[in-house]
Design a protein around this ligand. Structure first.
Ligand code: CUA
Length: 337
């Protein structure tokens, strides 16, 4: 990663910059790293070019009109027929010539990037929550084989199907560097797909206003080599690591006794809540709280103690733990790789 990219990232996403140290540069639809995003960017640049030309033309004509209005005999020396031809050319032919090619190529690109994938393509189910992302990996029969949150891994070079859902309000699933937006609508399953052409960590963002923390409803999309992806998925399928030390065992007990288990699942333990993110492999994730803060001890402790300070309005209540309980809980959660 170059320092130039760091700088651009800083400019684009100021407040969340520390997080983006993990990312491959700016979150931008104009810096495509996937097949669909490349087609979208290829349509976007000529659209911008023509729109700028048209704007300049209109401004120039406006300037001429204003200039002439200050003169006597301001009317253009045109016959009725010439005036009519001018209206037809400038009011009908020119707008159609400027827009029809874009309409056609937009239609064609839309069909290409939304083309259905073969049945055996890898499928990821993503459910929009308030304000985070529940992620399930499905097998060919459509059964869930692994569950995570706010961090989606895919193998580079392989098309991946996404089944997009919401059980609350409308969200929109968007990884600008890889694909256009797709809405997540309650009661519906929308389908999109993505192919990452370059390994990297790309930031995804909810693109439909969904409440106070819409801006902090983000996730990371990690595109990695197929072997690394297979290792990752195999790890995510495992139940949680059992506590290895006494301190971790105490942290495990704090998790169950303090009420965390009512909302969170840790597979392999009695914790099976379904309101918040699955924490079975929380230590393997780069960020917390919908890519709001990095997954480091201090941030995790701050989040557990006062989540409403980090992300006001989210569903997690504050925890009243003694310092010793918090310390062992953090130690336990950080062992869940
Ligand atoms: Cu979810 Cu905006």
């Amino acid at each position: 990663m170059t320092s130039r990219k760091h700088d651009r990232t800083t400019l684009l996403i100021g407040a969340t910059t520390p997080l983006l140290a993990a990312c491959e540069g700016p979150q931008s639809a104009l810096d495509p790293a996937g097949s669909a995003a490349e087609l979208i960017a290829r349509l976007w640049w000529p659209t911008l070019f023509v729109a700028v030309l048209v704007t300049l033309l209109v401004l120039a004509l406006l300037a001429v009109a204003i200039f002439r209005a200050h003169k006597r005999n301001a009317a253009l020396p045109l016959s009725a027929r010439q005036s009519r031809n001018l209206v037809i050319a400038g009011g009908i032919i020119l707008p159609l010539a400027a827009t029809i090619p874009f309409a056609l190529s937009s239609f064609s690109i839309g069909r290409t990037i939304d083309a259905p994938l073969p049945d055996n393509a890898m499928t990821v189910e993503v459910i929009g929550k308030l304000w985070w992302w529940e992620v399930h990996y499905l097998d060919e029969a459509g059964d869930r084989i692994a569950t995570t949150a706010n961090e989606i891994h895919i193998p580079v070079g392989e098309p991946v199907r996404f089944l997009l859902k919401s059980d609350n309000v409308i969200h929109s699933f968007w990884v600008p560097n890889l694909q256009g937006k797709t809405d997540m609508i309650p009661g519906r399953t929308n389908v999109t797909s993505m192919t990452a052409n370059e390994p990297g960590v790309y930031r995804g963002q909810c693109a439909e206003y969904c409440g106070t923390q819409h801006a902090l409803m983000a996730f990371l999309l990690v595109a990695e080599e197929p072997e690394a992806f297979d290792d990752w998925l195999a790890g995510q399928r495992q139940p949680a690591a059992a506590p290895e030390t006494d301190a971790q065992a105490r942290g495990h007990d704090v998790f169950l006794d303090a009420g965390c288990a009512a909302c969170h699942t840790i597979r392999g333990t009695p914790a099976n809540g379904e309101i918040g993110p699955d924490l079975t492999h929380i230590a393997s994730r780069r960020t917390l709280a919908g890519a709001t803060v990095p997954n480091r001890t201090g941030h995790l402790g701050g989040w557990i103690t006062d989540p409403q300070h980090v992300k006001p309005g989210n569903k997690m209540p504050p925890s009243e733990l003694t310092p010793e309980e918090l310390k062992t809980l953090l130690g336990y959660l950080e062992s869940l790789e």
